[in-house]
Design a binder for this molecule. Structure first.
Ligand code: 2RA
Length: 319
């Protein structure tokens, strides 16, 4: 297969290369694209050095089996459309197309059927949405979820390579502040993305809107609070769920054990436990009443929340 990665030098782009290797995807030719300032760099794939090319309209009109995008909304809006218009399948990690009605928003373990025999653009959901819906979709299927109250504890790497560097610089005493509105080292910032007129953040609306689209159920009420924490990799989420049907704790455990790429554990998992892994770890299961329970989930936000989900979509389509 001929695969292209747009945004290859970013956190997610580099991890996409790693996941292609880890999953032993049969790539005959890998082309890497980035902005003018990153062109000419070399990145390694399966032991070979590949030169990063400048992203151009012309390069998007060539023929690929798959194009993976993770270069931000504006780049995707323009270049992913050109690539798709020239017959390419695009898996886009930006928010550009996620809420476009006829574009599938896919977590393969949940709605992978949407991309069978599909051509065009496929939207990869937001990282905090992916790990949540992976944890709860079987529970929704069998117990019908009415309400979700979720607080997130999101790693710095979710804001990109520059953010990670800023955090590490702050840790070593240099308190440069560009990416985040306030210092993130030794701190917690209850804002991810812009704050809108109703005082919700963009990230909170992503969790509300994307969850409904992926679970194909607009009746679910979702009450998110998304927070940035001083952690390098690994988003954590505290989720309280109210179901329509009565449940026993044993049923929740059974449904979690039936959820693909999810592991339920009595051991309270932390971000350091999950870095580099492709699984969502669920722990701290507690019952409040016959219709209400809570869980804690943790996953590598760059893998489960972006690169691995994109490549799992590719795998479903390839097979
Ligand atoms: C974040 N979920 O963590 C957003 C985008 N990756 O910053």
């Amino acid at each position: 297969m001929v695969i292209g990665i747009v945004g290859a030098t970013g956190e997610v782009g580099r991890t996409m290369i790693k996941v292609l290797e880890d999953f032993k995807i049969p790539v005959k030719k890998l082309k890497l694209f980035a902005s003018n300032k990153s062109k000419g760099k070399f990145l390694e794939f399966n032991g070979k050095k590949i030169k990063v090319e400048e992203l151009t309209e012309k390069s998007m009109k060539e023929k690929y089996d798959f194009l993976l995008f993770s270069a931000g909304k504006n780049i995707s809006t323009h270049f992913a459309q050109i690539a798709a218009n020239h017959g390419n399948i695009v898996i886009d990690n930006s928010s550009a197309f996620r809420m476009v009605p006829n574009i599938p928003l896919v977590v393969p373990e949940i709605n992978g059927h949407l991309v069978k025999n599909y051509k065009g653009i496929i939207a990869n959901p937001n990282c905090s949405t992916i790990q949540m819906v992976l944890s709860i979709h079987k529970i929704h299927e069998f117990l019908k979820i009415k309400e979700i109250y979720v607080s997130t504890y999101q790693a710095v790497s979710g804001a990109g390579h520059k953010a990670l560097k800023e955090y590490l610089n702050q840790i070593s005493g240099n308190n440069e502040k560009n990416v985040f509105p306030k210092q993130i080292a030794h701190n917690v910032i209850p804002v991810i993305g812009n704050i809108l007129n109703d005082n919700f953040s963009e990230e909170e609306y992503k969790m509300i809107n994307e969850t409904k689209k992926i679970l194909n159920d607009n009746s679910i009420k979702i009450y998110p609070t998304t927070v940035r924490v001083p952690v390098k990799y690994g988003h954590s989420e505290s989720i309280i769920i109210r179901t329509e049907k009565k449940f026993k704790i044993s049923q929740i455990k059974e449904l979690l054990s039936k959820s693909e790429n999810v592991i339920y554990t009595e051991d309270s998992t932390t971000p350091l436990d999950v870095e580099g892994k492709d699984i969502v770890y669920v722990s701290r299961l507690r019952k409040f009443d016959d219709y209400t329970f809570s869980i804690w989930n943790v996953a590598d936000n760059i893998r489960v929340g972006a690169a691995t989900n994109a490549i799992r979509i590719l795998e479903v389509m390839r097979k």
